[in-house]
Design a protein around this ligand. Sequence first.
Ligand SMILES: Cc1cc2nc3c(=O)[nH]c(=O)nc-3n(C[C@H](O)[C@H](O)[C@H](O)COP(=O)(O)OP(=O)(O)OC[C@H]3O[C@@H](n4cnc5c(N)ncnc54)[C@H](O)[C@@H]3O)c2cc1C
Length: 405
Amino acid sequence: MCGEKLKAAGGEIWGETEFIRADVGNSQAVITVKDLTNGTEKQVSCRLLIDAMGTASPIAWQLNGHRAFDSVCPTVGAVISGFEPGVWDANYGDVLYSHGDISRGRQLIWELFPAANDELTIYLFHYHQVNAKNPGSLLEMYEDFFTILPEYRRCDIDKLEWKKPTFGYIPGHFSTNARDRTVAFDRLIAIGDAASLQSPLVFTGFGSLVRNLERLTKLLDVALKHDLLSFKHLNAIRAFQSNVAVTWMFSKGMMVPTGKFLPPQRINSMLNNFFGLLADSSPEVAENFIKDRFDWLTFNHLALKAARKNPVLLLWIWELAGAKDLFRWLGNYVNFTRHAIVSTLLSFWFGGFLKRNQTWLESRYPGLWLRLLAINYAINIGKPPSKQGNSGAIAKTTIHKPEVI
Ligand SMILES: Cc1cc2nc3c(=O)[nH]c(=O)nc-3n(C[C@H](O)[C@H](O)[C@H](O)COP(=O)(O)OP(=O)(O)OC[C@H]3O[C@@H](n4cnc5c(N)ncnc54)[C@H](O)[C@@H]3O)c2cc1C
């Protein structure tokens, strides 16, 4: 759809073209690319370069070269058809289904999403700490996938139709605050996996991009309209959510550090604890949590309940995370709390104030206007639907929250 819209507006898409370099000047950025069909280089200039080259983006790596990803999620799977009727009800997905206990340093987890007709997309993955000596082989995982699939869902492997493989390493960034990851430079901004602000727990980067699409496009529109294309302005345009950032400790709790022995049932016990709580809560609470829409009160309520139900959980987290990461995470928590207080104080009047004062604020102080708009989006995103208050959108539009996990 994006491609169609771009072409309808007079844009061009160059396929089989590789990004080589970007030279950023005062009035424009010059991009050098290589046509892979004939090996020739071409140049194109622009006011703003948007880097959407995913986690392997050379630009994102250069901007954040001092810090590699904090975790990685080796994932293998396939789109499959041919399961017998009754094996799976296509009205449901299977979000996290752990397979057995920890073995060979991994807690394997299944995911299943119904696709078109009778097709099912099935993944097998594990949370993994980045380790050069133990990268987490995808080929080995595929061997596991084919061997244990019939244990997960009844099937005869030879009778299934394998539509396409779906696999990859999904990296996670443990943001401690909104400025933690560099997503901009003068005349340059990263979005999607290149910005890497998706949840390091559910790794749903596509969902994060869709959920934040209006926020990103509206703010970029203002920046382009008023020529606010320096690092200072662009760095405020990002899909960061303080409630999502706080979840990295959960994913850390499901990684077996390389070379460390954990009681095999440990991660399942933690999952049972937490999902037991979600199962006891109302469907809205569970749904909001899974969809990254929980607020500070819900988070604390669930965390306290979990600690009360199984106090030893705290010790397990301490053992897995260690003091350094625990203190780092406390920084996240303080940030989440500060964000919750500021959101509560602003949410009743801030959107209305911006709406009433847009005309003079935007024309006289465009930089300030962009900043205030960015704050308004930040305080409204990631709230449960009933608490969205004044949406971040000011002119003529409302925020629609797509039902994407
Ligand atoms: C197995 C798997 C399952 C997933 N499941 C889900 C899910 O259920 N829900 C969800 O929300 N997310 C899921 N994700 C994550 C999701 O796929 C990503 O977050 C999303 O695709 C990011 O979109 P993007 O456009 O930022 O980057 P990408 O989709 O990675 O696109 C980047 C593009 O840039 C191109 N590129 C890279 N380098 C260069 C270069 N030097 N020159 C030119 N082009 C270049 C690449 O070829 C690619 O086309 C999953 C990922 C994997 C691997």
